[in-house]
Design a protein around this ligand. Structure first.
Ligand code: DC
Length: 221
């Protein structure tokens, strides 16, 4: 069984995916974390975000692994745990930029398909239902208003001690939404056979419940 969850930033994809994975014993694959790891490495190596060829090569030569640890899922880049380093606003923007590069996408899509293999998986991202797992049995396109998504992300960042304002998070999110849905390579869009779920006005808890119930009913059918 393959479950694909796509949608813009802050829609609640990862919270829902983690919950479903632990409830149903599925493997959770956070594809955004992979683009973030490459964005982080580009920034760390002082490579300009315009240098597409260099970044393609860097992605090809990078070793990315998802590991289950006592603290949940961790992402390793070239053997080093970078989980705590990839959620900053700078890395978010760099991830969005590198994800527009065709060669980077090809490298990471190959890796994502390899990890999915023949496991029961729930994978979240932007192109899972359209490109990575086009035959997934369940496809959800999760969305919510930019204001709701920004407020959730702002509260999340605040809890982690990241200094920012709601306005800044909203503007970053709108910019990232635009970049992710207007790029030439696999732009963010709902697969034709995806169920679109809009969680505007709901708390994250309410939307998790709604979607988990939906997945469970579809998985049984
Ligand atoms: O889901 P996220 O916010 O962690 O993703 C970070 C960036 O990576 C996002 O701006 C778009 C990109 N991304 C993508 O292009 N395709 C994916 N499957 C996952 C993420």
């Amino acid at each position: 069984m393959q479950i694909a969850i796509d949608g813009p930033a802050g829609a609640g994809k990862s919270t829902i995916s983690k919950f479903v994975a632990s409830e149903m014993g599925y493997l959770y694959i956070d594809t955004g974390a992979m683009y973030r790891a490459i964005g982080y490495k580009v920034l760390k190596n002082n490579i300009s975000l315009d240098e597409n060829e260099k970044i393609e090569l860097l992605a090809k030569e990078s070793e990315i692994e998802l590991k289950i640890t006592d603290h949940g899922q961790s992402i390793y880049l070239d053997g080093v745990d970078v989980t705590g380093k990839i959620r900053t606003p700078e890395v978010s923007m760099a991830a969005s930029r590198v994800s527009a590069i065709g060669g980077v996408r090809r490298t990471l899509v190959d890796l994502q398909r390899k990890i999915a293999g023949s496991n029961n998986v729930i994978m979240d991202g932007r192109d899972i239902g359209t490109v990575v797992l086009p035959d997934a049995e369940i496809k959800i396109f999760l969305t919510a208003s930019a204001e709701d998504r920004a407020m959730r992300r702002y509260l999340e960042l605040k809890e982690k001690g990241v200094e920012t304002s709601y306005q800044e998070v909203l503007e970053d999110m709108q910019k990232r939404d635009y970049q992710d849905s207007h790029r030439a390579e696999s732009p963010l869009k709902a697969a034709l056979d995806a169920t679109v779920i809009d969680t505007s006005g709901q708390t994250l808890g309410e939307s998790v419940k709604l979607i988990v119930d939906f997945i469970k009913s579809r998985a049984k059918a």
